[in-house]
Ligand binder design. Structure first.
Ligand SMILES: [Zn+2]
Length: 451
């Protein structure tokens, strides 16, 4: 709960900053919240404390909480596992271990979400102002399913619910649980309801997954964006984190089912891991450790973090960014050859931080292929799209825009070397946007096909 621009988080912070529930500063409130004992009395006291502000809570949060608890609960479809088993490993708890050698591109888990909230920014409810935080919305959905006796919730009952190691986030969850239960007719004891919602808030914090998709920002290139927050119980209970993982998640845009795909070959008996967010290619060690401890409550001993105490040198990243900016500037001037050189140099830098066959590298290669084509070298462009498609076919969904573009270009461009100075390559050389390139391909298809 780092973001502050949500109704619930803003409201909770206001209560905290105004010292409305200051009694917990002096008590062993945090220790009790962390303890495994029933917390009902604790939450009873918290609800009592907040009762005088109920009118205000109802006004600020009430309609939003009601809206979330009226929504339909998803039908969870059974997940499937292949080539792996869940094993208990010393100091690690449950781990996903292979039963045989698995090749890159092998799908280990396929699962549908038990619950999901969309992160669309449009105001679905028509309510003025802010929305509830996605984590709160997802927790309310799960809580409500449990209150209604929905049996599907059993699939998530055994998931961890400690909610990480951040004391202020823990307090905030307690406060939100109390505020939310004051907003709806809970039917059972308010204290028990509050404890149950607190459980789901903690569960969502450490188990929910951000569903991502490639979306085209206005006038920009495609970017990976978080489009939903979802809970996949099987995935959550079996797959551990590594900052240098050998598995990646990919999501289906239509029904949000997730697939855990092997991204680097894994030998029999080895563990399959994913990144919970930070990776050794995106963040220095100390920062990763801090985030993993705060949100997930564990100290990372993965191959990238263990046995060292130094932060990675991210100079390659800064240089890559600088070169990428140079390429963009060249694109703006339609100086394609210059853009190709800068973009190639940027990818060479990225190779220092990403391992061969990484999706990010493949996406950059797609970009370079487009620039190379515009610079007039269709043969080289085809080579780039071909190697990029080889990686993407294994690791992303078939509908992925970069993969589709690469496949389409491979269909359009002839496999054998083209004669220079065809009318189509002249058109590519002067095309200045994706649509112009597409048009150039469209118009030049016959010429190139016969070249
Ligand atoms: Zn690590």
């Amino acid at each position: 709960m780092v973001q502050h621009d949500f109704a619930d988080v803003a409201f909770g912070q206001r209560l905290l900053s105004e010292g409305r529930v200051s009694w917990w500063e002096e008590s062993d409130f945090l220790a009790q919240l962390r303890g495994s004992l029933p917390k009902q009395d604790l939450f009873g006291r918290l609800c009592e404390e907040l009762q005088p502000f109920r009118e205000q809570i109802l006004k600020d949060l009430g309609p939003r909480v009601k809206e979330e608890t009226c929504g339909a609960f998803l039908s969870a479809r059974q997940g499937q596992k292949k080539g792996v088993e869940v094993a208990s490993r010393p100091n690690q708890g449950r781990s996903l271990v292979t039963t045989r050698h698995l090749e890159r591109g092998f799908v280990v888990i396929r699962e549908y979400p038990l619950a999901k909230v969309l992160l669309d920014l449009e105001n679905r409810s028509g309510l003025p102002g802010l929305k509830l935080h996605p984590e709160t919305r997802l927790a309310l959905q799960l809580w409500n399913a449990e209150r209604k006796g929905d049996k599907r919730i059993e699939a998530a009952k055994d998931l961890l619910d400690h909610g990480g190691n951040d004391a202020s986030a823990l307090k905030m969850r307690a406060l939100l649980a109390a505020c939310c239960t004051l907003c709806v007719d809970v039917g059972i004891s308010r204290n028990a309801a509050c404890e149950s919602l607190f459980h789901w808030l903690g569960c969502v914090r450490v188990n929910a997954v951000a569903v991502t998709a490639l979306v085209e920002a206005e006038g920009e290139e495609m970017q990976q964006a978080k489009v939903a927050l979802a809970l996949y119980p099987d995935l959550a209970r079996s797959v551990n984190h590594s900052c240098r993982p050998n598995g990646v998640l990919r999501f289906d845009a239509k029904d949000s089912h997730v697939e855990l795909v092997v991204s680097a070959g894994v030998d029999a008996g080895e563990e399959v891991t994913i990144s919970y967010g930070p990776t050794s290619s995106t963040m220095p060690r100390s920062q990763r450790l801090g985030i993993l401890m705060a949100q997930y409550g564990f100290e990372c001993h993965c191959t990238a973090c263990g046995g060292t105490s130094v932060d990675e040198d991210f100079q390659w990243k800064r240089k890559a960014k600088m070169l990428d900016e140079r390429a963009r500037a060249a694109v703006a001037r339609a100086a394609w050859q210059e853009a190709v050189i800068a973009c190639s140099a940027s990818i060479a830098m990225l190779r220092q931080g990403f391992r061969d066959g990484d999706v990010e590298l493949a996406r950059e290669e797609c970009k370079l292929a487009g620039l190379t084509l515009r610079a007039g070298d269709a043969v080289k462009a085809r080579e780039l799209w071909s190697s990029s498609a080889d990686v993407l076919r294994c690791l992303v969904m078939p509908a992925d825009p970069d993969l589709r573009e690469a496949e389409e270009m491979l269909r359009q461009l002839p496999a054998s070397p083209v004669q220079k100075a065809s009318s189509s390559s002249a058109a590519f050389a002067t095309a200045s946007s994706k649509s112009e390139v597409a048009a150039a391909i469209g118009g030049g298809e016959m010429v190139m096909g016969m070249a």
